[in-house]
Design a protein around this ligand. Structure first.
Ligand code: WT7
Length: 630
C-alpha cells in the first residue's frame, strides 16, 4: 500500500471551455467548500430546505459515533418530493420517464402526473396484498418503467425495498430474499437482452424454495401468450393494478425510518445488506443530482446503470426525480444490435447529461470512433463516469469523442454505502485525467495511513471520510459488528476500503480496492461469494479467486480450484464450473480462467492468502509472507 505512487499521469489539467458547461451553481469549489467547512449543519440544512417536509427537523445532525441521525424528528415522504411536488404544479406535464426497449421505436413516455398515478395505484395494490410500513419487498425485474414504479410504490407506503439486479442468479437471489425476509417479490416473466429472453420468473421459482417469508409473487407478464401462473402465491401485475384505487396518500415517514436495503458484496460469503434511511438519503441524492450533475429545466438525463445497483437508486430514480428531471431509461445493451445504438439514443432523445461506467467507455474505445461519429452528440453538455477508476486513456477518449472536447467529465467516486457522490470535480472546475477530483462541498475526505495520519501528496494510503454525511448508510442489515467496522478501523473515520493518492491540489486518485473485492466491469464481486459458488459444485473441495487485469472489464475473475478425490481435471470440468458459477451468481461472476491446483497458500489461521496467488500470477513480489503456513 505505502510507497510512492506515480502521479505523473495526472499532470495534464483539462479545463473545459466555459460554455456550454456554465459551471456549477454551487459557485467555485474553494468558496463553496469553505462555506461547508464553516458551518456543516447550516450547509446541509439549506439543501434540505429546498425540499418539502411534513414536519420540520429539530436538529440537523446527531452524531454518536459511529451512529448518525440526520434531520432528527423531521417527517417526510421521498415520493412526495419526487412526484407530488412536480405533479401538482406547473410540471405535471413534464416528462418524467422515457423508456426505450431493445427495438427501435419501442418506447414509453410517462409524465410526472402519469408516473405519480401509476405509483399510487401500485402502492394500493401492495397494500391490498397486506404490505405495510416496515415490510420488505424484493424487486427482481428487468429495466422497465414498472421496476421504478414498484420501487416508488414501496417508498410511498413505507415498505422497505430490496432490489436485486435482474442479472443475478437463483442462489444470489435466494440469499438476499432470506436475509431481508422479503414478504413479497415483484418480478417479470422475462427480461430482454441482446434479443434473447431471460426467464426471470423461472429463477424466482428456484430462489423461493426454502424462503418461508415470501407470501406473494407479483408477476409482470410481458410476453404473449401470457406465462401461466400456477400457484396461489402468484398474482398478475396488471390484475392487481386494475383492482387498486388510483389515489394513495404518502405515508408519513420519520427521517430515520429505513427506505431500502441494497446488498453489496462482502468479504465473507454472505453479501451485506446496506440500509439507507428516508431523510438523509433523500437530501444527499437530491443535492448531488441538482448540484453535481447540475440538472436544469430542459435537461434530458441518461444514466446507463440498472436501478438494481446503487447508481440506479440514487441517479436514475430518487435524485433526478427529486430534482424534477426528465430521465431516460433503456433495456438496451451497448453493443446490440450494433455498437452505435447508444449514440443513436443520445441523438434521438437529445440527451444532455450522460452517466456511464469506465468498462463501457473502454468497450466503445475498442469498437472505434466511427460508431459515435455516425450520430450527432451535440446535445450533450455534461458526461459522467462511475464504478471504478477512469484511466487517463479512457478519460481522454470520453472527453474528446463523446464530449466533443466541450463537456465536463465528472469522474464520480462513491459507494453503495455512501449513497451519494463523494468525490468528483464540479462542472467548470479543472479536471485531471486519472483523478476523480476533490471531495464535493458537504463531504470531508482524506487519504491517510493506517493510524489515520494524512499522507503526503504522492504517497499511497487509505481513502477515508472523516465526518458523517446525510446519505451515509445507517446499518448493515442484521450485522452491527460489520457496520461498526467501517467506522472503527482507522482512527474513527469511515474507511471506504479503497487505496488512493492525493496530489498537491488535493485532487484524489483512486487506485482500487484494498480488500477482497474484485470489480468486474464495474460490478463488485466478493471473492468469498464466488468461492462459495465454486465449492458448492460436487467436484470442488476448495477454491480461491483473485482479480486479474482485463483490458475491457478492468478486472476479470481467475479461480484456483482443488478437486475432490475421484474428480480429474479436464476442459469439460472447467466449462462446467464456469457454467455453475454463472447459474448461481450470474454472468458477471463467471471466471475467465480456472487453474486446478494441489494446494492453496494459507495463513497459519487458515485464511487463504489471495495476495500471494495474485503476486504469483502477476510475477511480482508478494510482500510480507510471514504469516504464510509452511
Ligand atoms: C466501489 C464501490 C458507486 C456506484 C458504483 C459502485 C469503486 C466507484 C469509482 C470511481 C474509482 C470507483 C470503488 C468503490 N469506485 N466509483 N469514480 N473511481 N473507483 O458502487 O458497488 O458500492 O462499489 O467502486 O472501489 O469502493 P459499489
Amino acid at each position: 500500500m505505502d510507497g510512492n505512487v506515480d502521479v505523473k499521469r495526472g499532470e495534464r489539467v483539462v479545463r473545459p471551455p466555459p460554455s456550454p458547461g456554465e459551471g456549477s451553481r454551487l459557485g467555485d469549489w474553494e468558496t463553496a467548500y469553505a462555506r461547508y467547512r464553516e458551518d456543516p449543519e447550516g450547509f446541509w440544512a439549506a439543501v434540505a430546505g429546498e425540499l418539502e417536509w411534513f414536519r420540520p427537523w429539530d436538529r440537523v445532525r446527531e452524531w454518536r459515533h459511529p451512529y448518525a441521525r440526520w434531520f432528527v424528528n423531521g417527517a417526510l415522504n421521498i415520493t412526495h418530493n419526487c412526484l407530488d411536488r412536480h405533479a401538482s404544479g406547473d410540471h405535471r406535464n413534464k416528462v418524467a420517464l422515457i423508456w426505450r426497449g431493445e427495438e427501435e421505436g419501442d418506447e414509453q413516455v410517462l409524465t410526472y402526473r402519469q408516473l405519480h398515478r401509476e405509483v399510487m395505484r401500485f402502492a394500493n395494490a401492495l397494500k391490498n396484498l397486506g404490505v405495510g410500513k416496515g415490510d420488505t419487498v424484493c424487486i427482481y425485474m428487468p429495466l422497465v418503467p414498472e421496476q421504478i414504479v414498484a420501487m416508488l410504490a414501496c417508498a410511498r407506503i413505507g415498505a422497505v425495498h430490496s432490489i436485486v439486479f435482474g442479472g443475478f442468479g437463483a442462489s444470489a437471489l435466494h440469499a438476499r430474499i432470506r436475509d431481508a425476509k422479503a414478504k413479497i417479490i415483484v418480478t417479470a416473466d422475462v427480461g430482454y437482452r441482446r434479443g434473447k429472453r431471460v426467464a426471470l420468473k423461472t429463477i424466482v421459482d428456484e430462489a423461493v424454495v426454502n424462503a418461508p417469508s415470501v407470501e406473494r409473487i407479483i408477476v409482470l407478464r410481458r410476453t404473449r401468450p401470457e406465462l401461466e401462473l400456477y400457484s396461489e402465491l402468484e398474482v398478475d401485475y396488471e390484475e392487481c393494478m386494475a383492482a387498486a384505487d388510483a389515489f394513495c396518500p404518502p405515508e408519513v415517514m420519520d427521517a430515520e425510518d429505513p427506505l431500502f436495503i441494497l446488498y453489496t458484496s462482502g468479504t465473507t460469503g454472505t453479501p451485506k445488506g446496506i440500509v439507507h434511511t428516508c431523510g438523509g438519503y433523500m437530501v444527499g441524492a437530491y443535492y448531488t443530482s441538482q448540484y453535481v450533475f447540475d440538472m436544469r429545466e430542459n435537461d434530458v438525463y441518461w444514466c446507463t446503470a440498472d436501478p438494481g445497483w446503487i447508481t440506479g437508486h440514487s441517479y436514475i430514480v430518487y435524485g433526478p426525480l427529486a430534482a424534477g428531471a426528465t430521465v431516460l431509461i433503456t433495456e438496451t445493451v451497448p453493443d446490440h444490435p450494433d455498437p452505435g445504438v447508444w449514440w443513436r439514443i443520445i441523438e434521438d432523445f437529445g440527451v444532455t447529461i450522460f452517466y456511464t461506467a469506465p468498462t463501457a467507455i473502454r468497450m466503445f474505445m475498442k469498437f472505434g470512433e466511427e460508431w459515435p461519429k455516425r450520430s450527432s452528440l451535440d446535445s450533450l453538455r455534461l458526461i459522467g463516469s462511475v464504478g471504478e477508476p477512469l484511466n487517463p486513456e479512457a478519460f481522454e477518449w470520453y472527453y474528446r469523442v463523446i464530449g466533443g472536447s466541450a463537456c465536463p467529465v465528472l469522474d464520480t467516486w462513491w459507494q453503495t454505502e455512501t449513497g451519494m457522490h463523494m468525490i468528483t470535480t464540479l462542472a467548470g472546475e479543472p479536471m485531471k485525467p486519472g483523478f476523480a477530483g476533490r471531495p464535493i462541498p458537504g463531504v470531508a475526505a482524506d487519504v491517510v495511513d493506517r493510524e489515520g495520519n494524512p499522507v503526503q501528496p504522492g504517497v499511497g494510503g487509505l481513502l477515508v471520510i472523516t465526518e458523517p454525511w446525510p446519505a451515509m448508510m445507517r446499518a448493515v442489515h442484521n450485522n452491527d459488528e460489520r457496520y461498526r467496522q467501517y467506522w472503527t478501523t482507522v482512527n474513527g473515520y469511515y474507511t471506504a476500503g479503497d487505496l488512493a493518492v492525493k496530489d498537491e491540489d488535493g485532487y484524489i486518485m483512486v487506485l482500487g480496492r484494498a480488500d477482497d473485492i474484485i470489480i468486474v466491469a464495474g460490478h463488485n464481486l466478493g471473492t468469498a461469494e464466488v468461492e462459495s459458488a465454486l465449492v458448492s459444485h460436487e467436484a470442488v473441495a476448495e477454491a480461491a479467486v483473485i482479480g486479474i487485469p482485463d483490458a475491457l472489464k478492468g478486472q476479470a475473475v481467475k479461480a484456483f480450484v482443488i478437486l475432490r478425490l475421484g474428480h480429474a481435471p479436464s476442459e469439460k470440468l472447467k466449462s462446467d464450473l464456469v457454467y455453475h458459477v454463472r447459474m448461481s451468481i450470474g454472468p458477471i461472476a463467471m471466471p475467465s480462467a480456472i487453474e486446478f491446483v494441489e494446494s492453496l497458500p494459507k495463513t497459519r489461521s487458515g485464511k487463504i492468502m489471495r495476495r500471494v496467488l495474485k503476486a504469483q500470477e502477476m510475477g511480482i513480489d508478494p510482500g510480507d509472507i510471514s504469516t504464510l503456513e509452511e
